[in-house]
Design a protein around this ligand. Structure first.
Ligand code: KG4
Ligand code: ZN
Length: 347
């Protein structure tokens, strides 16, 4: 079984091809960083147009990379939400058009599920597992029980963690995209230089909050502007921000591990996924936490943490082999929670 996956929900146009032997046969990503950089963030209309301009050619290139024609493809998967609706529509319409013309099954993939299942593509992780899903639009702790079966333990009550990196980078004048730039700058700074708040970490539960951290950083930047120029300010602030975010993520994940142990629902694997899971400091901290709780830590390679087509193709494959296919009138959805049929477990 071989699936082709299209990803267009944010600022990466991506096409991947995977097979049921967990091989990635193609994984083409066309970044739109150059288009959005002048605006300091993703402009939805520009993103949608850029996806439209690039997607067809990227499909062709992916097929060439895989050395395959459409006759070898068993199903077409496309991210159908959540995300910027213009881009999601471009990907989902393209996927449906290919499926209709080639008479192939179409799979409407939830972008969050694609991140959630990537560790099964890369490391063959068995269900259930605890997942820390950290991206530009989301920050959640969930139990991945099965394909399409999620139990949310906690979520952000304000900003997503990736947003905190991106806005932090903007405040520090580092530009876009923020996460990788903060990580590079943090390597040159002192993580203990500034003590920043860690919202909610003194409370039980697994919910996250980042808006207070962002405000504290803004105040720090304002204060710095009134003082003597300090060449180590930006690296120190970046390092302190990254350190604080890692502490928050570890604190909340520890609570999730504790909560599951109390319920006798002990997990053997902790998985991190989403763009922020590409961050080395965060990975190292989660690795230590996992060791403390005797669970295996898995994080896909950084290029499979950030948005890509292989993860969408894989989520499509997981669904296709269970017969979970969609009709060509499947909606493109700007919002699409993973646990929409399930009551939130704690908060
Ligand atoms: O999963 P993703 O590629 O797109 C969404 O689904 O949102 O995540 C993008 C987010 C951005 O906020 C970006 O700044 C962040 O992931 N990110 C990182 C790193 N690489 C990407 N954050 C911290 N460190 C990184 N190395
Ligand atoms: Zn993503």
């Amino acid at each position: 079984m071989i699936t082709l996956g299209l990803e267009t929900s944010c600022d990466e146009t991506a096409v991947g091809i995977v097979d049921d032997g967990r091989r990635i046969l193609a994984n083409r990503v066309a970044s739109q960083v150059a288009e959005h950089e002048p605006y300091g963030g993703v402009v939805p209309e520009i993103a949608a147009r850029a996806h439209l301009d690039r997607l067809d050619n990227l499909v062709k290139l992916a097929l060439v990379d895989a050395g395959l024609g459409f006759e070898k493809i068993s199903g077409i998967a496309a991210t159908s939400g959540p995300g910027l609706i213009g881009g999601v529509m471009v990907g989902s319409m393209t996927g449906k058009a290919i499926a209709a013309v080639r008479n192939l099954p179409f799979i409407a993939v939830n972008h969050l599920e694609a991140h959630a299942l990537t560790a099964r593509l890369t490391d063959d992780v068995a269900f259930p597992y605890l997942l820390l899903l950290v991206s530009g639009g989301h920050c959640q702790l969930l139990v991945v029980c099965d394909v399409g079966d999620y139990r949310v333990l906690g979520t952000t009550i304000d900003d997503a963690v990736g947003e905190c990196f991106d806005k932090g980078a903007k405040l520090l004048g580092l530009g876009y995209p923020g996460g990788p730039l903060i990580e590079q700058m943090a390597a040159k700074g002192n993580a203990k230089a500034f003590e920043l708040p860690q919202p909610l970490t003194d409370r039980p539960g697994c919910d996250f909050s980042f808006s207070g951290l962002k405000t504290a950083l803004r105040m720090l930047v304002t204060q710095q502007k009134q003082e003597q120029p300090n060449p180590s300010f930006v690296p120190d602030a970046a390092a302190s921000l990254q350190f604080t975010i890692a502490e928050i993520l570890v604190n909340r994940t520890r609570n999730a591990l504790k909560q599951l142990a109390l319920e006798n629902a002990t997990m053997t694997t902790l998985v991190a996924a989403g763009g922020v899971a590409a961050n080395q400091a965060i990975r190292e901290n989660l690795q230590k936490l996992a060791a403390e709780y005797h669970v295996t830590f898995v994080a896909p390679p950084p290029e499979l943490c950030t948005d890509n087509g292989a993860m969408v193709a894989w989520a499509g494959l997981e669904r296709l082999r269970r017969g979970m296919i969609d009709t060509l009138d499947a909606a493109a959805r700007p919002r699409w929670p993973l646990d929409e049929n399930v009551k939130k477990a704690s908060g």
